[in-house]
Write a protein that binds this ligand. Structure first.
Ligand code: NDP
Length: 249
C-alpha cells in the first residue's frame, strides 16, 4: 500500500509518516521544502521502512501533477498540509482570505481530485483530511482559517457519500492545539503582539483543553493509523476530535 501524505516535512504529517511506515505502508512524503521531506523519508528508510520524498506545493495543480508522476499508485491519501494566520476580521487583508482557502481547502479538493481516480479504479481507498476543531466551532481572529476548515469538513462528508460504493472511506481528524512548529509559530506571533512570555502563551493555549495540555502529533497520527486499517472500513464521513474533550460533537 502506498500513502501520499501532504505536509509530511514536519509536525503532524511527519508523525503520520512514521506511524504508517511502522505498519509497513510505503510512504510518499510531500511538501515544499525538499530538505524536510528528504529528512523524514531518510529517517523512515534508516529504520527499515519504505519512503520517498517529493517536492509539492499543494496550492499549485501543476506541482501536484509533477509530484504524482513520481509517486506511483496511491491507495491512501492524507491531506494534512495547511497553514494558519490570525487577524481581527476588520483588519483581514483579502489576500489572507485567499491564502487560507487555497492552502487549507482548495488544496484538499485539488489533491483529492487528482488521486481519487486511482482509488476508484482499485475499488479501495482511504482519504484522511486533517481538519481542526476550527471545523466545528468559531474562535476570535481566525475567520479565514475557520471558514477554510469548516469547508474541509463539508468536502469530507460529501465525498464520503459519493465514494462509499468504491470501498473508499473519507474522514476528518479534528485536533485542538497540537505541539508542532505551527503552534510554535502561532505562539511567537502572540508573544510579539501582546508582550506575554512564551510560557504564558503556551499555558493559555493549553487551557483551551479540559486536559490543560497541548495534544501531541503522535496522538493525531494514532487516529490516522486506525482509520487506514481494514477494520475501519465502516467508519466514513466522520470528524474525529483529538482535543482533550474541548468539543463534544
Ligand atoms: P506545521 O506548520 O508544523 O507543518 C505544516 C506542513 O505543511 C509542513 O510540512 C509544510 O511544509 C507543509 N505545507 C505548508 N504549505 C504547503 C504547501 N503549499 N504545499 C505543500 N505543503 C505545504 O503544521 P502542523 O503539523 O501543526 O499542521 C498540520 C495540519 O494540521 C494543518 O492542516 C493544520 O491546519 C492542522 N491543525 C494543526 C493544529 C495545531 O495546533 N498545530 C490544530 C488543528 C489542526 P513546507 O512549508 O515545506 O511546504
Amino acid at each position: 500500500m502506498n500513502a501520499f501524505i501532504t505536509g509530511a516535512g514536519r509536525g503532524i504529517g511527519e508523525a503520520i509518516a512514521y506511524a504508517f511506515a511502522r505498519e509497513k505502508i510505503r510512504v510518499i512524503c510531500a511538501a515544499r521544502t525538499q530538505s524536510d521531506v528528504e529528512r523524514v523519508a531518510s529517517a523512515i528508510r534508516a529504520r527499515g521502512g519504505d519512503a520517498r520524498a517529493v517536492v509539492c506545493d499543494v496550492t499549485q495543480p501543476d506541482s501536484i501533477a509533477r509530484a504524482l508522476d513520481q509517486a506511483g499508485e496511491i491507495s491512501i491519501l492524507v491531506n494534512n498540509a495547511g497553514a494558519a494566520e490570525s487577524h481581527k476580521f476588520l483588519n483581514h487583508d483579502d489576500a489572507v482570505w485567499h491564502r487560507m482557502l487555497a492552502i487549507n481547502l482548495t488544496s484538499v479538493y485539488q489533491v483529492t481530485k487528482a488521486i481519487a481516480p486511482m482509488m476508484i479504479a482499485a475499488k479501495w481507498g482511504r482519504i484522511i483530511n486533517i481538519a481542526s476543531i476550527a471545523s466545528k466551532v468559531g474562535a476570535r481572529y481566525v475567520a479565514a482559517y475557520t471558514a477554510s476548515k469548516h469547508g474541509v469538513l463539508g468536502l469530507t462528508r460529501a465525498l464520503a457519500v459519493e465514494l462509499n460504493s468504491y470501498n473508499i472511506t473519507v474522514n476528518a481528524i479534528c485536533p485542538g492545539y497540537v505541539d508542532t512548529p505551527m503552534t510554535d509559530h502561532n505562539i511567537a506571533n502572540i508573544v510579539a503582539r501582546t508582550g506575554l512570555t512564551d510560557n504564558q502563551v503556551r499555558e493559555s493555549l493549553a487551557k483551551t483543553s479540559p486536559q490543560n495540555r497541548l495534544i501531541t502529533a503522535d496522538e493525531v497520527a494514532h487516529v490516522a493509523r486506525m482509520l487506514v486499517g481494514e477494520n475501519a472500513r465502516g467508519i466514513t464521513g466522520q470528524a474525529i476530535n483529538v482535543d482533550g474533550g474541548a468539543v463534544m460533537f
